[in-house]
Write a protein that binds this ligand. Structure first.
Ligand code: ADP
Ligand code: MG
Length: 293
């Protein structure tokens, strides 16, 4: 009978690693028209390596800057933060979180902390605005397209860094499988345009749309737009994805490396880093509901 078919499909999805919080979501999954992916930690491994880290100020030594950055970032759980702390340690610089006052996290932008009496902002160009940097100098900075990290001391740009990440194995296949199912795919990321395009290339340019430099509210706004074409699934891992996950018809959070907030918000949890489980589950859902009609 009907409930049995749904129950079987839910438990089969669960054994493959996708925990769906109820039959209603399974039905939505069967009808999904668009799948939106977060980039960092979802399409990519979220394990950054530091390619470049530089002080731009004569008054601040490389070691001092790295000490400030790693101490402030040691209070953040962002994947970029882990990479910067690790980079410090690799140069024998231990972070000292106790030396950081008034730590603040700005989702989609970066972090702030007061250390050794200095106001330090670390993040993308948006954090520069928060630091009080002039808009003109921001334009100059965006010319170095590969740079995705800026460090401000007060309103002065005092350092830059570049981090790179790699796509998860199976991610390109997952997107191609969605294409076979006639489902549109999109990347919604808070990272830079350059980083988004690098990932797009690594994914064999299979995604239908890519939107970068988004704030959490803007991710949710795109989900609303996609919903005009029919049900939308959103897959994400971060605190910055929670709003988009809640806005989607079915929000799926990454269960292994995802943030607690994303997992609470999600209507389903992927207990694996293999996103091919998503098209698999959609096929399973389609089969279950085809039997019912
Ligand atoms: P994504 O949408 O790809 O998961 P996020 O929204 O988490 O990305 O982050 C967007 C951007 O905000 C990052 O690419 C980075 O530039 C900046 N950012 C966020 N948190 C931090 C942090 N702790 N340190 C440095 N930069 C950060
Ligand atoms: Mg993410």
């Amino acid at each position: 009978s009907t409930p049995v078919t749904i129950f079987c499909a839910l438990s089969r999805a669960a054994t493959t690693g996708l925990l769906i919080k109820g039959g209603d979501y399974l039905e939505l999954l069967a009808k999904v028209k668009t799948v939106a992916f977060d980039k960092t930690g979802t399409l990519t491994r979220g394990e950054f390596s530091v390619i470049d880290f530089r002080s731009l100020s004569h008054d601040i030594s490389f070691n001092t800057l790295l000490y400030w950055v790693s101490s402030i970032e040691s209070k953040s759980s962002h994947p970029m933060a882990d990479a910067l702390v690790g980079h410090g340690r690799s140069q024998s610089i231990e972070p000292n979180p106790e030396n950081v006052e008034d730590f603040q996290n700005f989702p989609g932008e970066g972090v702030y902390g007061k250390i050794d009496g200095k106001d330090i902002y670390i993040g993308n160009w948006r954090i520069g605005l928060r630091a009080g940097c002039e808009k003109d100098s921001l334009d100059v900075q965006s010319m170095s397209r590969e740079t995705n990290g800026y460090i401000y001391c007060g309103a002065a740009l005092v350092g830059i860094f570049r981090l790179s990440d790699t796509c998860r194995s199976g991610a390109a296949e997952a997107i191609k499988e969605l294409e076979e199912l006639c489902i549109r795919s999109a990347m919604l990321t808070g990272d830079s345009n350059a980083a988004a395009m690098t990932a797009y290339d690594q994914l064999d340019r299979a995604l239908d749309t890519v939107h970068a430099e988004l704030l959490p509210e803007e991710k949710a706004q795109f989900i609303k737009e996609f919903k005009r074409n029919g049900p939308v699934a959103m897959i994400g891992d971060g605190i910055n994805d929670a709003l988009a996950l809640a806005t989607a018809d079915i929000g799926i959070s990454m269960g292994i490396s995802g943030s607690a907030l994303a997992m609470e918000t999600g209507h389903a949890i992927l207990m694996s880093n293999d996103i091919r489980k998503i098209p698999n589950a959609i096929r399973l859902a389609k089969r279950a509901f085809r039997k019912l009609v």
